[in-house]
Design a protein around this ligand. Structure first.
Ligand code: SIN
Length: 563
């Protein structure tokens, strides 16, 4: 195995966002950025131990990805299932790039954490005997996915968490607020965070929250691509903010494309309707335009193979046939079953003119989940003192090169509990922020669509050195699109560009195919060279925003386990 390899990233990234001076300020011991399962779990637990917790969310509390989760939450809860079996499935899906200790934490603490969600008031679906009704999704060898409202698991969890936060009168919530940048002390640790509040009254515009710790729980980066299952708020803000503050972004190239996203036509952009893997878990199957089963002979788990395997099989057939999508056939499940088990998907598909009871659903892969993110240890700590990260924004090591289905809600839950168990004892003293003298940067919101298109075309499911170089050149050009206005669109687009550059560089560096990272020009997994992680960092002392990309070798963690 080669030693660590450092490649200076060719492009410059802004060390801070252009923004007006703060016009208001406030204080809180801990600021939680994000309001999905990760953010609200952290806030609810932290409030028991610290004087003031403030939750910041870019829209309303329910606008993030948790609300949209369909399939459910995975944990070894069923008869005969064990954390060890869940561990094996997680490691196999992760294609050797998981952190073994992190996976053991996830699967070991998962069942208790889910029971706590139930105690909080989450109503999961149960069978006639009152036992949790568990289903299966891609990559799982057991029925271990708890779900709610049939296919509305995330919405039910979000409802229960919001109810608990609203009942806890000591958690302050600041809605419609973008976290712009961290304020750092002389030791490069957290001293606060600047927010832009899109509101009225004294908290309108840019302000500073002085604090002793920040928990980043701001979700993913789906909007880097033209089509995604992620909501509009998922613009990679937390990852970009953490990078600018000196944290490490790990394994950004491992972007998961969900195989069955409803195809709405060539011009459809932004959030697209997800057709949960649980539909395949209940017996649906993929077919091509001739009606031939797509997954036959591809993998022992057939239509329930790990997600990257299914996404690749669909993409391959799309390329071979020149078709823009394939089909998911679930007609045989019948109207009653559809209405009871998948009411949300049924209604959504019908709204778009497809009746899954009577016809196959057009599906194609679309960006779904960032398996990489802000690198953390087993307690959610990042490289920046006082900055913690949890949920999709984080790279705790549990997902490796490809997240196992329904492990994401679980990750947010488990690691937020862990953060809350150590953070109070680690609270930093109040620290004065030091001025950030690096030149600020901002690109125009008008760059967003071109950015998304080149990322989808060249850095999507299928990648090559030539395509990645082409994408990098377009991103370079877009970086020179000066912003006319300092506004939310420009801040988000600058964050998208930061993440797109880091992701493209990491994808170019990793010359192999592993998990959700598929290199056409390096079609095999190559443990001898590429077992390990791609880390991106921004040098805080460098005035010109030079980033470095480092390869950190680590033994593959799925040794002897078969995909
Ligand atoms: C799905 O329901 O297929 C998505 C679940 C997940 O992303 O874990």
């Amino acid at each position: 195995m080669p030693g660590a390899l450092t490649v200076p990233a060719a492009r410059r990234l802004p060390g801070r966002l252009t923004a007006p001076e703060p016009g208001w300020s406030t204080r809180a011991d801990v600021v939680v950025i994000g309001s999905g399962i990760a953010g609200l779990t952290a806030a609810l637990r932290l409030r028991e131990h610290v004087a003031k917790v403030l939750v910041v969310t870019k829209d309303v509390l329910s606008a993030g990805s948790t609300q949209w989760a369909q399939g459910g939450i995975a944990a070894a809860l069923g008869e005969g299932d064990t954390p060890e079996q869940h561990e094996v499935d997680t490691l196999v899906a992760g294609a050797g790039a998981c952190d073994l200790e992190a996976v053991r934490v996830l699967v070991g603490e998962g069942p208790e954490a889910v029971h706590e969600l139930i105690a909080l008031g989450t109503r999961f679906d149960v069978d006639a005997a009152g036992l949790l009704s568990l289903t299966r999704e891609g990559g799982h060898h057991r029925d271990r996915i708890a779900h709610a409202g049939g296919d509305a698991t995330g919405a039910e969890i979000q409802r229960a968490l919001i109810a608990a936060v609203e009942a806890a009168t000591d958690i302050e919530v600041v809605p419609h607020a973008l976290a712009v940048d961290l304020l750092l002390g002389a030791d490069h640790g957290v001293a606060g965070v600047t927010l832009h509040v899109m509101g009225e009254g004294e908290r309108d515009g840019i302000g500073a929250v002085h604090c002793r710790a920040v928990v980043l729980a701001s979700g993913g980066l789906g909007q880097v691509f033209s089509q995604t299952t992620n909501p509009a708020v998922s613009t990679g803000d937390g990852m970009a903010l953490a990078l600018r503050a000196g944290a490490t972004l790990r394994d950004l190239e491992f972007v998961q494309f969900h195989p069955t996203v409803m195809y709405l036509g060539p011009d459809s952009r932004g959030q697209q309707p997800l057709i949960s893997e649980a539909v395949r878990g209940e017996g649906a199957f993929l077919v091509d335009w001739e009606g031939r089963r797509l997954m036959t002979g591809v993998h022992e788990l057939g239509d329930l193979a790990p997600r990257d395997v299914v996404a690749k099989a669909i993409t391959r057939r799309m390329h071979e046939t020149g078709r823009p999508h394939m089909w998911l056939d679930a007609r045989h499940l019948g109207a009653d079953f559809w209405e009871r088990r998948f009411p949300t998907i049924l209604a959504t598909a019908r709204r778009h003119g497809v009746d899954p009871v009577a016809e196959p659903i057009p599906v194609a892969p679309a960006c779904h989940y960032a398996s990489g993110g802000v690198r953390t240890d087993l307690w959610g700590r990042t490289d920046v003192p006082g900055l913690y990260a949890t949920g999709e924004v984080a790279c705790s090591g549990v997902h490796g090169a490809n997240r196992l289905a329904s492990n994401s809600l679980l990750e947010g839950l488990v690691f937020s509990r862990r953060i809350a168990s150590v953070l109070p004892a680690e609270l930093r003293p109040w620290t004065e922020p030091v001025p950030d003298t690096r030149p600020p940067g901002l690109v125009s919101g008008s760059a967003r669509q071109d950015l998304q298109e080149v990322m989808t075309e060249r850095v999507g499911v299928l990648r090559s050195a030539a395509g990645l170089a082409e994408a990098a050149a377009v991103l370079d050009k877009l970086a020179d699109t000066p912003a006319g206005a300092v506004d939310l669109d420009a801040w988000e687009t600058t964050n998208l560009l930061t993440i797109a550059v880091a992701l493209t560089d990491a994808a170019a560096l990793r010359e192999e195919t592993r998990g959700s990272h598929w290199r056409e020009d390096h079609p095999e997994r190559d443990d001898a060279r590429w077992a390990g992680h791609c880390d991106t960092r921004l040098d805080l002392r460098s005035a010109d925003g030079a980033a470095t990309l480092t390869f950190d070798p680590a033994p593959a963690t799925d040794g002897g386990l078969r995909r």
